[in-house]
Ligand binder design. Sequence first.
Ligand code: HGY
Ligand code: MN
Ligand code: MN
Length: 430
Amino acid sequence: MQRNLYEQLIKEYNPDLSHSGVNGERLAARLDELSKIGLQESGGVIRPGYSPEEKEAKELVAGWMKSAGLAVRTDGAGNVFGRLEGKTSAAAIVSGSHVDSVPNGGHFDGPLGVLSSLEVAEAWEETGYIPEKPYEVVIFSDEEGSRFKSSFTGSRPFMGQMKPEEMDRLRDENGQSLREVLSEYGSSAEDCLRAGDGRSEIGAFVEVHIEQGTILEREDQPVGIVSGIAGPAWLEVIFSGEAGHAGNTPMIGRKDPLVAASRFVGVIEQFPKQVSDTAVATVGQLNVHPNGINVIAQEVKLIVDIRDIFEDTRDQLLELIRGEAQKIASERNIEVQMNLNAKIKPLPISEKLQAKLADSLSKFDIKPISIPSGAGHDAMIVGSEIPAAMLFIRSKDGISHNPREWTSLNDCVYGVHVLKDYIESLMKGQ
Ligand code: HGY
Ligand code: MN
Ligand code: MN
């Protein structure tokens, strides 16, 4: 079992970084408490969207929101908001991220963004700072999409981007639809689809997230600016052949979907560089049915994660990959069915907001570095309509979606200070 995260974080912490109401020890203790929900022998966590573990994590943070003096509410998509009223009733400044995880995920991807946003409210409470505009800390549901194979299941309805047909089309591996899961969760498909009604009350959004890359490490900076967010497209490919006896079926004439899928995965690795230097394509999930040692497979289901920071090249890559699946299937005389489970628009971050973040970074002697995000984030959904910005916090060796994910407490606290300064400048209408 993973050693106490708090001890690991606090061991190298410089307590001088706790000032202006920002408290590194509190942040470390909360990261540690959250890390225990859904904790596995491997030291990683499993907290799928709308699972008891995600709900427990949300309730834990909601309790901290309340003790920080925030008014807590949950919308129909299970998104949790902690609100602090401002001196005026202008459109709110919102900051947050997610607490769900990928299977066997790390302890910073999502939680650091939520707890950093909450730490800003805690600092204000301690220093008696009252913001000009309302401030909201948000936990978006199911950002990773690991349960329904379609991501941003919280922020998309919040932005009015969830389609009614998804309520019955999106199903988890037990065949449970999003509609059924929402009603079990205590909400309903109708309430989820209405979650977007309040978004006109938001003036700006900002998300803190681990970089999940190595640029900040290479530049030796704790915090960086996100210049743009790549848009993921998730293409489900189902190769269907003919199950048979591994021993008695001659090699000639087999209709083996696993051989087809293997060729497919091997070939598409070459495709991204054909469209751009920033495009990527990954098959991380592949299921064989019936998955018997001495059985020629009946069906292979896989999902290709296709991304680029430019929409046109991302879509070119998607079409190349679709065509290859078709070509291999016909060459091998088997069936192929493809479903586009998700297709999110990439989001460029405005130069103006990047410059504001650079101003905040410079106050802490941090060199402003702008970094494109290959990973998707809730900020790209909110940012499709509302001015949104993102800060990256240095990741050790760029490792993420892995129990070895690590960010030092010093870097986490630098991120909170920069976030707080940036939000205060937005509060002053600068
Ligand atoms: O998949 C992603 O890019 C993010 O971790 N949701
Ligand atoms: Mn992630
Ligand atoms: Mn994330």
